[in-house]
Ligand binder design. Structure first.
Ligand SMILES: Nc1ncnc2c1ncn2[C@@H]1O[C@H](COP(=O)(O)OP(=O)(O)OP(=O)(O)O)[C@@H](O)[C@H]1O
Length: 158
């Protein structure tokens, strides 16, 4: 279901909290029904092609549905679509992109592999001690594969 917020509800978008920028848009932190969310939109005065790319992404997100290993899509603010402004509301990933998290964690990475053997099992990721370990990498790989498998099956149903 596509949730269409009225413009009066747009204060869900918190200002000046930029989470990141992509090829055609920016992602800012917001709040939806007491939940912290990520809000994706185009940069001001962006080219029409960027706006169309965001609309295509929105269409895909709306089709995908929910899976534990795929960022959840809450809905979109489309009330200003004529002015080429759309806000796509997504689950907030508190650590940002996996790539940037892995790069930032490189210096504190804890390797559990010695002579091709795993020396320790630490199953759960503990945000209080955020050093990434070999077990985290294995677990995240499995989660990515599960998410990709779900998307692949969805693709087959189009
Ligand atoms: N759901 C999210 N939660 C937290 N941060 C996010 C979220 N989505 C995106 N970001 C941040 O915003 C950045 C840009 O995201 P965006 O989806 O626009 O582009 P991308 O997927 O990284 O690249 P591209 O535009 O090439 O697809 C990300 O690299 C990440 O740092």
């Amino acid at each position: 279901m596509l949730i269409d917020y009225t413009s009066s509800n747009v204060p869900l978008v918190a200002k000046n909290q930029l989470l990141g920028k992509g090829a055609f848009g920016m992602v800012i932190r917001g709040k939806y029904l007491e939940e912290d969310v990520a809000v994706k939109t185009t940069l001001p005065h962006a080219e029409v092609s960027y706006f169309k790319a965001l609309l295509s992404e929105l269409k895909v997100m709306a089709y995908i549905g929910t899976h534990a290993n795929v960022v959840r899509f809450f809905g979109a603010v489309t009330s200003k679509i004529r002015e080429r402004i759309v806000y796509v509301v997504l689950e907030l990933s508190p650590f940002g992109s996996l790539e940037s998290h892995l790069k930032a964690s490189r210096a504190t990475y804890v390797n559990f592999i010695e002579n091709d053997n795993i020396t320790k099992i630490k199953v759960t990721y503990d945000p209080a001690s955020p050093a990434v370990t070999t077990c985290d990498l294995i677990s995240w790989s499995q989660q990515i594969a599960a998410g990709m498998e779900y998307l692949e099956n969805k693709k087959g149903n189009i």
